[in-house]
Design a protein around this ligand. Structure first.
Ligand code: 4NP
Length: 176
């Protein structure tokens, strides 16, 4: 696995893991949005995208039906089945992006070493238009709260796509 700051060569892969609490609302939606962005930029061959939860209550489940409905209306199909983050994910992924501060704390406690913490970042740091420090948990909210999640994810995924494309040595169509 290469260091986070080094661009990678032609044919190389870059891997991104999105993390929330249950892995049925925010992080599978982030995975779905970023998968579409990556596919639209012609980068699907080069980028591994996945998501996970810090909790284990929903293992094996599809994303929450409200999240899937709102995402589908915006053009994103969510097919992920919930799984729990594991220590080995630190070796497997270049970027581990958490949705809120509680996720960030919980995942940082799982890091096998201080060096691995470099991979762990807050998703919202990639936002450029919407000023949110966290992606708010919509689980007990309304459909509007689920829509807001997609708004924030689209904004951040645009910034993330730029970074990933740069890491891949400028690959991608940069269509966003
Ligand atoms: P997520 O949302 O972390 O965005 O998947 C939640 C899903 C389930 C629960 C809480 C948050 N829950 O308490 O079961």
């Amino acid at each position: 696995m290469s260091k986070n700051t080094e661009p990678m060569g032609q044919g190389a892969t870059c891997s991104v893991l999105f993390v929330c609490l249950g892995n049925i609302c925010r992080s599978p939606a982030a995975e779905g949005v970023f998968r579409k962005f990556i596919a639209d930029a012609d980068l699907a061959k080069h980028v591994v995208v996945d998501s996970a939860g810090t909790g284990d209550w929903h293992l094996g489940e599809l994303a929450d039906v409200r999240m899937r409905q709102v995402a589908a209306k915006r053009g994103y199909e969510l097919l992920h089945r919930a799984r729990q983050i594991k220590v080995a994910d630190f070796a497997a992924f270049d970027f581990i992006l958490t949705m809120d501060e509680s996720n960030f704390r919980n995942v940082s406690e799982l890091a096998p070493s201080k060096t691995d913490l470099v991979k762990l970042q807050r998703f919202t740091q990639f936002n450029t238009k919407l000023d949110y420090q966290e992606v708010p948990d919509p689980y007990h909210g309304s459909l509007d709260d689920f829509s807001l999640v997609i708004d924030i994810l689209e904004d951040g995924c645009r910034g993330l796509l730029k970074l990933v494309s740069e890491r891949l040595g400028g690959l991608g169509r940069g269509i966003l």
